[in-house]
Design a protein around this ligand. Sequence first.
Ligand code: CO
Length: 294
Amino acid sequence: MQKKLIICLFCLMVSCFIPNNFAQAAEKWANILVFFGTSMPEAKLSLDALEKAYAKEYDHIIIAYTSDIIRNKLAKQGKKFLSVNAALNKAAADGYSHVRLQSFHVGAAEEFYHLQRAIVKNLTKKPSRFKSVLLGYPLMSSGQDLYEVRDVLLTSFPKQRKNGEAVVLMGHGNHHGPGDIMLYALGKALQEKDKLAYVAAVEGSSTFAKVLVSLKKNKVKTVWLQPFMVVAGDHARNDMAGPEADSWSSQLKAQGFEVKINMLGLGEIEGIQNIYLRHTRDARDDFARSKKSD
Ligand code: CO
């Protein structure tokens, strides 16, 4: 009796999986990795590391940069990068019937909305060009992400950090939109495990001024600055660690703190790459398979 049941279950499993595998093999998938982009070679390390991590699991990779400014700047240096629209057009022209896009934004905020709009605009022009269009969500999209990112960050802090030394992460943030809540939540989650770990942002309500107040209250003497951005690019090298009087490093030094820098892009951290890979595996089709009510 039990044996029969096992055989039945086995047959059911086989009948479920085999046709699927055949169907998948026949489908042509393009994998579009969507970055904001960077024009700094030393910051591009992060994007290259992400691309390398993806190349281990996916082939037919197409890179897209969402930033018009960066693409134009690179074009003048003879380096051509595709927009999301151009990447989708290339996938279609190359004969791919299915596309999988992964957003390498930190949160579902301003830049992620631009990406979604670019996909919708492209598909509106030619609605039936792809059979499926999957989109993997940004790094911090769920409660699970929040705690996983927090735990990965805790392991990314410099080994040389001593007791009583603080770490301040520089996020980007937005003056409007939901990017703000995400950084606030990360700051709280970090403090549950590390009282001297802070998150502040270039834009939005998680200001550096608030962190300064807390650093003084906690009688901190040494502060490590570390980016919380996919690349350690312009913001990290200038607004965070640069020599100008208004950089975070200069502000801290002017107030008597010792400053140390941990220049590291999120894309370089294996634990972060793995969260993006999970998002790609869980990517949903929010575009090609629209609901009747749309
Ligand atoms: Co910016």
